[in-house]
Write a protein that binds this ligand. Sequence first.
Ligand code: IPE
Ligand code: IPE
Ligand code: MG
Length: 262
Amino acid sequence: MIEVDDSMDIKKFFTGKEKIDKEFKTSLNPEKIPQHIAIIMDGNGRWAQKRQLPRALGHRAGGEALRGVIETAASIGVKYLSLYAFSTENWSRPESEVTAIMQLLVEFLKKEAMELHENNVKIHTMGDLSRLPGNLDKEVERVMDITKDNTGLVVNIALNYGGRDELLRAFKKIHQDISNGKLTVNHIDESLISNYLDTATIPDPELLIRTSGEFRLSNFMIWQLSYTEFTFPEKYWPDFKGEDLIQAIIDYQNRDRRFGKV
Ligand code: IPE
Ligand code: IPE
Ligand code: MG
C-alpha cells in the first residue's frame, strides 16, 4: 500500500510562488492567446522514481505544479484549461496507486477550492463521475457548486475520462433522444455530436500540451482535438512551470494553422 503521508516532504522541490520574468511574458502576442488549452499532465511517476520517492509523492508534486500553471493561465487570459487527471485506463494501475491518486484529488480540491473561487475560477469536469469514490464525487460536486457563477478561467478536470467512453455515452444519449422523439436521425451532424459531449459548452482546444516526452493522446479528447496544435515538452509534469506554459503558447503562436486550406 502506498501511503500518502504528510510527513513525506516534497516542499523542498517547490520554492513558493514562481516569478515569471516580465520580459519573457511580454514576448507573448496578446492577440493570439489560445482560448482553450488542454494538458496531459504526464510523468509524475518518473519524477518520483528519479528521486527514489514513492509514485504517490510524484502525484502530490504534480498537484503543486498544477497550482502554478492554473495561476499563470488565468493571469494571461486563457479562458479554458482542460486537465487530464485520471483516465478510464488508469483503473488498471495497482489499487494502492489508484487509491492514493483519488485521495490526493480530494486533498487538492479541499485545499485549493477557496483560492480558486477567490480568483474567479470555475470548476467543470468531464468523464463518468459515477465510478469515483464517494468522497471525491462529493468534493467535486461541492467545488463545482461553490464556483458555478464565476466568470474567470474555466478549469475542466478530466476524471475517469476516456475520449472513446465520452463518445459512447454521447451516442447512447442521442439514441435515447431519438427513441423518445426529441430528435430524428436528420438532426445528427457534427455540431449535434459536439453538444452531446462532456464539453458541450466549451470550444475545442487550440493547443494541447503533453509533458514527459510521450507522443500520444492516450484516449484524451479524441473528438475535440481534431484540429488542435500539439506540443510535447520533455519535462515531467511536476517540473512544468508557468514559464513552460508560456513557452508552449509562444510555440503555438508561431505555427501556421491552415485548416485544410493552402
Ligand atoms: C500522470 O503521471 C498522472 C496520472 C496518469 C494519474 P504518471 O503516473 O503517468 O507518470 P509516469 O508516466 O508513470 O511517469
Ligand atoms: C494519460 O497518462 C492519463 C493522464 C495523464 C491522467 P498515462 O500515463 O496514463 O498514459 P499512458 O499509459 O502512458 O498512455
Ligand atoms: Mg504516464
